[in-house]
Design a protein around this ligand. Structure first.
Ligand code: NAP
Length: 448
């Protein structure tokens, strides 16, 4: 008789062999399934029905050519992806990423993570992810529009409000969602609001969606601190990135009395000991679409560290909000030595497995992205609800729902960890709680 641990090892070997070279996907799968041994031991029926094997295999993967012309008339060819990973709980749901580093393995790791994140929200959404190796940096608005139109000209036949509902991610914000929706509407002859989320509130988007991932992250961190009889008040924070997630994490941290002293982009790090001036960051990133380096032109006292390591800056709380594997073991050790109390992931899988081990070993409260950054997709699901009922909610009402959802996710993770004698282990709590939710729906549907 194969024991649960051996079964998990075998499943992982099959995943690696079947998806060669997709190291981020392997990493994401391992991080989840290695925590599922106690569930298989408690409920052998999941193993008999090969639920983990099924959950690790995407339901569908689409790859397509995206040709487009730049402003000089030159033709460029990019590659588009959409992976529908799991639809046990609802239509595929997850963002689109436009970044030159995007490969099929990147999208698969993100879509896999999304399965568990979306389940944690408790809302009826399955999981997916998509994107392209297109680089939006330095492109004109017209080039972005032509690219989005070409991308949607293939994607439209695979999505729909009951099938697959994409949203934004790195490189895809309200501007891109607007171009994508415009092309979808034009091709399908249908004003299907619920087919994309992250829309502008003036034409079907939800208030708070823009802020949701960052705000939700801070609410989750607040719950982690409460569980340790701590609070955000007066805490010194470091937030990596200066994109959508980072900006609104900084905003909520400041609103709740914490002090954010550093943020970054892929060029370098800004350190402002007096506290980051968020209006300047918003102007640079949201309006001018410039580099974060421009901050020092307006704030002479701040320090710009070209290609600097943000995790060297001493802090009480760390929020990695840029990209995957941005915080490694060495950075984790530095954070621990500097007395960091908690780390909450705004980005997807920003901490390497070794970094996560380092936090756990040193009793740093660690909130994995699939739980801590679920506020964005949760609010996307609220956007779908509003679209379906032709309604629009106030900012206050939506933010209240978001805060409640984040508190529920925290409680689910916390209580599940405790149920398995793993107190304070949010990784195991998040993985087990979400796995059971997806697995039970899959069991109900039979072998499909
Ligand atoms: P975004 O608005 O495009 O911002 C990304 C930020 O990260 C930018 O400051 C960017 O700097 C930086 N960055 C990207 N790649 C980098 C790299 N290789 N090295 C260093 N910095 C890098 O994207 P976002 O929506 O904030 O997403 C950030 C992360 O959160 C991603 O992991 C995403 O999957 C995750 N997430 C987002 C949402 C959401 O609602 N947006 C929800 C859940 C999770 P440059 O401008 O220099 O590239």
């Amino acid at each position: 008789m194969v024991n649960a641990k051996e079964r998990i090892d075998t499943i992982y070997d099959v995943v690696k062999n079947r998806n060669p070279g997709e190291t981020e996907f392997h990493q994401a799968v391992w991080e989840v399934i290695e925590t599922l041994t106690p569930v298989l031991e408690k409920c052998p029926y999941y193993a008999k029905q090969k639920i983990i094997e099924r959950i690790c295999e995407p339901e569908r993967q689409i790859i397509f050519r995206v040709p487009w012309q730049d402003d000089d008339g030159e033709v460029h060819i990019n590659r588009g992806f959409r992976v529908g990973f799991n639809s046990a709980l609802g239509p595929y749901k997850g963002g689109l990423r436009f970044h030159p580093s995007v490969l099929l393995g990147t999208i698969k790791f993100l879509a896999f993570e999304q399965t568990f994140k979306n389940a944690l929200t408790g809302l009826p959404i399955g999981s997916g992810k998509g994107g392209s190796d297109f680089d939006p940096k330095g492109k004109s608005d017209n080039e972005i529009m032509r690219f989005c139109q070409s991308f949607m000209t293939e994607l439209y036949r695979h999505i729909g409000e009951m099938t697959d509902v994409p949203a934004g991610d790195i490189g895809v914000g309200a501007r891109e969602i607007g171009f994508l929706f415009g092309q979808y509407k034009r091709i399908t002859n249908c004003y299907e609001s619920g087919v994309l989320t992250g829309k502008s509130p003036s034409w079907g988007g939800a208030l708070v969606r823009k802020e949701a991932t960052g705000y939700g992250l801070v609410y989750f961190a607040e719950e982690m601190l409460k569980a340790r009889n701590e609070s955000l008040k007066g805490k010194v924070c470091v937030v990596s990135g200066s994109g959508n997630v980072a900006i609104y994490a900084i905003e909520k941290l400041q609103q709740l009395g914490a002090k954010v002293v550093a943020c970054s982009d892929s060029g370098g790090v800004i350190y402002d000991e007096r506290g980051i001036d968020l209006e300047t960051v918003k102007e640079i990133k949201e309006v001018q679409r410039d580099r974060i380096k421009a901050y020092v032109a307006q704030h002479g006292e701040a320090d710009y560290r070209d290609k600097g390591n943000i995790w060297d800056i001493p802090c009480d709380l760390a929020f990695p909000c840029a990209t995957q594997n941005e915080l490694d073991e060495k950075a984790a050790q530095t954070l621990v030595e500097n007395g960091c109390l908690a780390v909450a992931e705004g980005a997807n899988m920003p901490c390497t497995p070794e970094a996560v081990d380092c936090f756990m070993e040193n009793n740093v409260a660690y909130g994995p992205g699939k739980a801590a950054n679920a506020g964005g997709v949760a609010t996307s699901a609220l956007e779908m609800q509003q679209n379906a009922s032709r309604d629009s909610w106030t900012f206050e009402h939506t933010e209240k729902r978001l805060r409640q959802i984040m508190a529920n996710i925290h409680r689910d993770c916390y209580d599940t960890a405790r149920e398995f004698d793993l107190d304070g282990n949010y990784v195991a709590g998040a993985n087990i709680a979400s796995f059971r939710r997806v697995a039970d729906a899959m069991l109900a549907f039979g072998v499909i």
